[in-house]
Design a protein around this ligand. Structure first.
Ligand code: HEC
Length: 106
């Protein structure tokens, strides 16, 4: 009886931790949208140096990895705090091409 309970708890922990492998959490997507327009769109529109960029550009896991690994040229992200980057990451993740609400940033 006791063994079974431990097994159940173990499975629960496993389930929770494996879903959090692919998730961006703790960001505010509404702030993120605003920050994205304000800080990223300057370079990321058609014809500008970064080219057009919307959340649809990548999948959820690609957005998560892109921010985790800080793949961007750091100079253009240097004025953003960790929290602001998390907000932007949340917005992009929430509206990624394979998300529940794929969205372009209008
Ligand atoms: C000062 C200009 C500038 C700013 C500001 C800027 N970027 Fe970029 N970004 C670039 C350039 C140039 C590239 C392409 C060349 C490269 O990868 O070095 C790029 C590439 C990218 C890519 C890779 C695109 C791909 O096809 O994989 C992503 C994603 C990206 N930027 C996201 C962002 C986000 C999010 C922000 C705002 C937090 C941002 N950028 C702000 C200039 C900028």
């Amino acid at each position: 009886m006791k063994m079974q309970k431990h097994l159940l708890i173990g499975l629960l922990i496993l389930a929770v931790s494996s879903t959090s492998v692919m998730a961006v959490e703790g960001g505010n997507p509404r702030k993120g949208k605003y920050l994205f327009k304000k800080n990223c769109k300057t370079c990321h529109v058609e014809g500008a140096e970064g080219g057009n960029l919307t959340p649809l550009e990548k999948t959820m896991s690609q957005w998560e990895r892109y921010f985790k690994k800080k793949k961007h040229n750091p100079d253009s992200w240097s004025e953003l705090t960790e929290q602001e980057l998390l907000d932007i990451n949340q917005f992009l993740f929430d509206h990624a091409v394979d998300s529940d609400q794929p969205e372009t940033c209008g």
